[in-house]
Design a protein around this ligand. Sequence first.
Ligand code: GLU
Length: 492
Amino acid sequence: MESNAAKRYHASMTQENTNVITRFAPSPTGNIHLGNVRTALFSYLLGMNFKGKFILRCEDTDQERSEEAFLQQQQVDLKWLGIDWSAGPDMNSEHGPYRQSKRLDIYNKYYAELEEQAIAYPCFCTATELKIMRNAQMQSGKPPRYSGICSHLAAEEVAEKKANGDSFSLRFKVPVDETMRLTDLVVGDKVYQSNDIGDFIIRRSDGTPAFFFCNAIDDSLMGVTHVLRGVDHLTNTPRQVMILNSLNLRAPEYGHISLVVATDGGPLSKRDGSTGVKDLREQGYLAQAIVNHLARLGHNYANTAFMSLEQLAEEFALAHCGRSPSKHDPVQLMHWQKEAIMHSSDDQLKAWLLPILQENALFQNASCEQQNLFIDTIKNNISLPSDALGLAGNLLGDELKYSTDADVQVKGASKNLFAALAAHIAEHGVENFSPSMKEVGKVVGVKGKGLFMPIRSAISGETHGPEMQRIATMLGTDKVVTRLKQAAELAA
Ligand code: GLU
């Protein structure tokens, strides 16, 4: 259920609010997968829904785990999906750079401001000391929180430790006895007690900014109005709002969307098929399929039809974002894949299939007309380009290989049927293959499956596949007749 505050909020948002800025802020520590790209998609759709802007920010403060190659790949994957940004790490724009490792001067200015106001203080506690403190708190049944010990250091002690070269982090001093009420765009009203939050690190001892800090500062400085992100970040929000409030910086509205999980409710893994965007693309999934699938994971569209990105944006509503974990079902993805194929133009299908088909000698040697005919024949019967490869042998080649089931069908049918149809087609051609087949079936005394299955098997080598008239047209009269005669020899 949507909270009252959230309802009021949604009602107050007008459909067109060009000041809305949403963002995706991945760390370049891996390739994007269905979980995090869904966050990108929702943010993009929300921005576009308001005719606002969507920006991309690279959160690369973890120098050890960040890699340039991941940053590049993330951009390739997003663009391929149609998720494009108006400001990002690849361009010079206002409020940039959009890459955190290039913004250290900006963060330093705000650190200094917080230190000046005594809202941040250096902490010299070592990892071992912190661990001992945590263990002691847990043993006495208290939640593990930083004790605040370094906030009591006298200025001389701080100076001495610094002069000694002791390493230190910078902690944000959380106000005492404050109640914070936040309305999450998805989760609704939340109340936080500042006393439950220990003073937290905003700059690590190696000088790099901590996530809480630079993420919040950047959202504010880049004019982000709406942050949509995974619910695993929900408890970070009060800390981030505190930082921004103490610096008099405007905080964005935050919305935390449910996590994407596997069908059994567990984390996504290889068992659930590929979940990396790059892997899915390489397997032949279409961008439109992925987008239609993801847009419905944790967001309810009344419209169940296949939609373009523009339509998905038009019908996107925060009020339709659910709170329970969203299950990624590969069967659903395949449903959208088939829809995406059906909604692709012939040129798009050709571009999609060519890279894999060009590896096939039969396809390569076929005339352009034959190639087009082949694609047209199979397009409703394939889900991935590799399926097309499987069909190329029998449809483009001279040799016919029966599948096990087709072999049974051919051998179990009557010689007469094949021989009569071969004669009929030789005389009338393949243009009216389906009516011819029915006519011959009547004469021979077979109909329905008993007619279609053996004939389909005889001409295509498979018991299922493209429409028979299409197959016959594609093969042409001579090949169809030869195959029917061949079947007559094998039949009972
Ligand atoms: N870099 C953070 C992440 O990838 C961003 C979190 C956020 O969206 O605020 O988890």
